[in-house]
Structure formats: structure tokens, C-alpha cells
Design a protein around this ligand. Structure first.
Ligand code: UDP
Length: 238
């Protein structure tokens, strides 16, 4: 049974969720497990968009701090997201989920370019559409790419799959009694600089009134459970 609130959702995956213990940037077994979580949700009838980050391979800001020119570094980061998108596509297709990758940077031998109406058609046909290369411009992040795609694809919610089970009032790794929010407003997230997504992504979701559901995607079955209203998460909303 699908959630009565959400029909079409966008899943944002940080590149890091594809990493394994052995230091592989893209661990095939870990990627396969993430694909299973996506397939389980797809099987319940949701229309699903996916945006993948690239932080497991390359981050423009970090590279710029070490001397790279920022624009070039950011393009390298965007290319990293395309590699991750292909890895997720591969893992999904190996378990029978029909997918398309669309990149904000056209790369026609590799995947489709981003064309909104074409993406719409893929979703209608039951395909999972994986959006790569963020917004296609440097000085942005894939969080902003996720918020933008969620808005233009008319998604009912943006699910942010991470390695923590929600948003806390302090870093739970440093502050033992940090409290997890069940719900928190966009404005509180921005005012308190809570670590959810970058500010431009939060503002875009706020302006389009798209709830952001932060949950742990590494926990087996959790994505589907959160959608059923059972798992642990934090919802960022008005
Ligand atoms: N990036 C960019 N423009 C975008 C999206 C991403 O320049 O629209 C670059 C940026 O350098 C970023 C890198 O791609 O550091 C990888 O994306 P991100 O850090 O968002 O990945 P995540 O943290 O989600 O794994």
C-alpha cells in the first residue's frame, strides 16, 4: 500500500552511501543493497526520481581548498555524480528495475540529457529516473539539484537518504544527549544552521512547499518503512 500523502517522490542519495568498509568509492555490494531499498519502494507503486551526489569520489569545495580552481573542481565533482548514477542504474537493472539516467551536462554516449517532459514520460511508464550532474553548474551541490528536480518534476516529497536517522539539535556523534526532531520547520533549519541540506536547497523546498524527509538508508527496509509512516525520520516542513 502506498503512502496516502506521497505518490511521486525524489530520493536524494549522498555519494557516501555507496561506499563500503574497504575504502572503495563505489562498493558493488553496498550499491546493490541501496538498489534493493529503492526496488522495494518502487514495487509498492510509487513514482520514483533519484538524485545521486558525488562526495564519495570528488568534492569541488574540498579540492579548491587544496589548490584546484573551483570551477574546474566542481565540474569534476559533477562528473563523479554521473559515475555514481551509472552505478545505481546498473545495480537497479540487475534486479529488474527499469531505469533511465538523465544528466544536467549532456553526455549523449553515456546517458540521456535532462529533458523534463521526457523524464515525465519515463515516470509514467514506471521507470525510475536517475538525475545526474546536479544542476549542471559549478558553485552548486547535488542537494540543490535534488530540490530543483523535485520542484520541476512536481514531487510530493524529497527523501534524503543518509547514514543518520534524522535531524538532531546537535551533532549526535559529539553530544550524547542530542535530541532528534520528529518535525522541524524550514525556517528553524535555516536559522539554526542545522545540518540537513545546504541553505539554497532548503529555501527552494520551502518556496515550493516540498517536505524533506531525512532518514537512514543504510538500515534495511527503512526507506519503505518511513514511507508507510513507521520508520524513524525527521520531516522538514512549513
Ligand atoms: N557539483 C556542482 N554543481 C552541482 C552539483 C554538484 O558543482 O549542481 C559538484 C560539487 O563540486 C560537489 C560535487 O559535485 O562537491 C559532488 O556533489 P555533492 O558534494 O553534492 O555530493 P554528495 O555530498 O551528495 O555526495
Amino acid at each position: 500500500m502506498t503512502s496516502p500523502r506521497y505518490k511521486r517522490i525524489l530520493l536524494k542519495l549522498s555519494g557516501e552511501v555507496l561506499m563500503g568498509e574497504g575504502g572503495l568509492a563505489i562498493d558493488p555490494a553496498v550499491t546493490a543493497r541501496v538498489a534493493e531499498e529503492i526496488a522495494d519502494v518502487k514495487a509498492e507503486g510509487y513514482e520514483l526520481c533519484v538524485v545521486v551526489g558525488g562526495g564519495n569520489i570528488f568534492r569541488g569545495l574540498a579540492a579548491a581548498a587544496k589548490g584546484f580552481e573551483r570551477g574546474t573542481a566542481d565540474y569534476m565533482g559533477m562528473l563523479a555524480t554521473v559515475m555514481n548514477a551509472l552505478a545505481v542504474q546498473n545495480a537497479l537493472e540487475q534486479i529488474g528495475v527499469d531505469t533511465r539516467v538523465q544528466s544536467a551536462i549532456p553526455m549523449q554516449s553515456v546517458c540521456e540529457p535532462f529533458i523534463r517532459r521526457r523524464a515525465e514520460r519515463h515516470l509514467e511508464k514506471g521507470r525510475v529516473v536517475i538525475f545526474a550532474a546536479g544542476v549542471g553548474s559549478p558553485f552548486f551541490t547535488t542537494d540543490s539539484g535534488a530540490a530543483l528536480r523535485a520542484a520541476e518534476m512536481n514531487c510530493d516529497a524529497l527523501f534524503k537518504g543518509t547514514s543518520v536517522d534524522g535531524v538532531y539539535d546537535a551533532d549526535p556523534k559529539k553530544v550524547p544527549d542530542a535530541k532528534r526532531f520528529e518535525t522541524v520547520s524550514y525556517d528553524t533549519v535555516l536559522a539554526r544552521n542545522l545540518k540537513v541540506m545546504d541553505a539554497s536547497a532548503i529555501a527552494l523546498c520551502r518556496d515550493s512547499n516540498i517536505p524533506i524527509v531525512v532518514f537512514n538508508i543504510r538500515e534495511h527496509g527503512n526507506f519503505a518503512a518511513v514511507l508507510r509512516g513507521e520508520g524513524t525520520s525527521t520531516v522538514v516542513q512549513k
